[in-house]
Write a protein that binds this ligand. Structure first.
Ligand SMILES: [Zn+2]
Length: 179
């Protein structure tokens, strides 16, 4: 069975140095210097859960079998538009293949991961759903228009407070009788 691949810590340090150089040379949507200082290696349980999710949801995640994904922890909480960022997913540009084997980077808020064991599965599923590979083998990030992927809600319900609030707003709109 394909496994999500990890590198040794020493290799990763090298990768970050290289990626960071790459950013300033070529790519706009890459790691910022301060972000690198805020990152740590994700623990083995993240990889184990990722592999479990691929097996559990082959329809949604089957394309990620054997695809190297780098999982990291973000050490300081990040807030964007008044909401805490629990996780982010990034696709590496094709040229990054010259530097390291990773296709995607998934970063999880470490505090949230440690404090909410029962939310780990929907969180990781959500981030992995962002990781998209097209028919030409090009990696990209799939957007979600609503606050949550429908696949996550279907399998795990409304697991986040802010998603619940959002669905309440939808209900309110519907009560008002919009078409
Ligand atoms: Zn998302």
């Amino acid at each position: 069975m394909g496994q999500v691949i990890d590198l040794q810590a020493s290799e990763v340090k090298e990768v970050f140095d290289q990626v960071d150089n790459l950013v300033h040379a070529d790519f706009s949507q890459q790691l910022e210097q301060e972000e690198v200082g805020n990152l740590a290696q994700a623990t083995k349980d993240v990889y184990a859960l990722a592999n479990m999710l691929i097996e559990k949801h082959p329809v949604h995640l089957g394309h990620l079998i054997g695809v190297p994904i780098k999982f990291l922890f973000s050490l300081k909480p990040k807030v964007k538009s008044g909401r805490q960022v629990l996780g982010t997913a990034k696709a590496f540009p094709a040229a990054a293949a010259l530097l390291h084997p990773y296709k995607f980077q998934i970063t999880l808020d470490q505090r949230y991961w440690l404090d909410n064991p029962h939310k780990r599965e929907p969180l990781l599923f959500h981030e992995m759903l962002h990781c998209f590979i097209d028919e030409k083998d090009k990696c990209g990030i799939l957007a979600h228009d609503l606050e949550e992927f429908s696949a996550v809600v279907r399998h795990y319900g409304l697991w986040r407070e802010d998603v619940r609030d959002f669905s309440r707003q939808i209900e309110l709109f519907e009560d008002k009788g919009s078409d």
